[in-house]
Write a protein that binds this ligand. Structure first.
Ligand code: 5GP
Length: 218
């Protein structure tokens, strides 16, 4: 996925990156992702489309776009998704068009998606994708967080916990793994990964003309 976009007020030509964060439900990935976005204006979250029902407090177009199974199928048929997958009996997909627009503008996009989505995006654009897996310190900790957030019914929580082990098995496919036993420390690690990845030579297209100017100086 190439682009020749501008960012930082049009001064520094950059190639945007896709930062993909996955974890089992309840490992704290969403809170980490929200803080990273809040502190980095160049990073925009991809808002997924889902067939699951909104939880209390969730708004259409904010956490997700909530659609019917029929509308989701139409979007799949139209090629509207960069990737999509079935997770916890519902369909979830990352809309393609907004991501392409952001990348073309040299901006970065953050995805809070499962391992299937992470693999799909990595396949589409390996050089522009950075993947991070968040692990809980213990499975007991996952259960505690799912119960404390109290957004799901008991049977839904049980199903999510049942899936956690299967999701954790995919840790090895990720570029980075962070254990979230201390939120601030886990956040600092995530932010360092993002900062270092942004600094990679091949994403900073403005360096080449700078070097040409330096070498042309007498
Ligand atoms: P939840 O229903 O708890 O919001 O999300 C359930 C799971 O679906 C989470 O692991 C979340 O990361 C994943 N997910 C959310 N959106 C997408 C998406 O667009 N694609 C894929 N592959 N997974 C997603």
């Amino acid at each position: 996925m190439s682009n020749s976009g501008m960012s930082n007020g049009g001064e520094e030509r950059r190639r945007g990156l896709m930062l993909v964060i996955s974890s089992p439900s309840g490992a704290g990935k969403t809170s980490l992702a929200r803080r990273l976005v809040a502190e980095h204006p160049d990073l925009t979250p991809s808002v997924s489309v889902t067939t699951r029902k909104a939880r209390p407090g969730e708004e259409d177009g904010h956490e997700y776009w909530f659609v019917t199974a029929g509308a989701f199928r139409d979007m799949v048929a139209d090629g509207a998704f960069l990737e999509w997958a079935e997770v916890h009996e519902h369909a979830y997909g990352s809309p393609r068009a907004p991501v392409m627009r952001l990348l073309e503008d040299g901006r970065d996009v953050l995805f809070d998606i499962d391992w299937q989505g992470a693999q799909a995006i990595q396949r589409v654009a390996p050089e522009d994708t950075v993947t991070v897996f968040i692990l809980p310190p213990t499975i007991g900790d996952l259960a505690k967080r799912l119960h404390t957030r109290a957004q799901d019914a008991e049977d839904v929580i049980d199903r999510r916990l049942g899936r956690a082990r299967g999701e954790i098995e995919h840790w090895v496919d990720y570029d980075y793994v962070i254990v979230n036993d201390d939120f601030d420390l886990a956040y600092a690690k995530l932010a360092s990964i993002y900062h270092a990845e942004r600094l990679r030579r091949e994403r900073n297209l403005w360096i080449e003309p700078l070097v040409a100017r330096l070498l042309a100086e007498p």
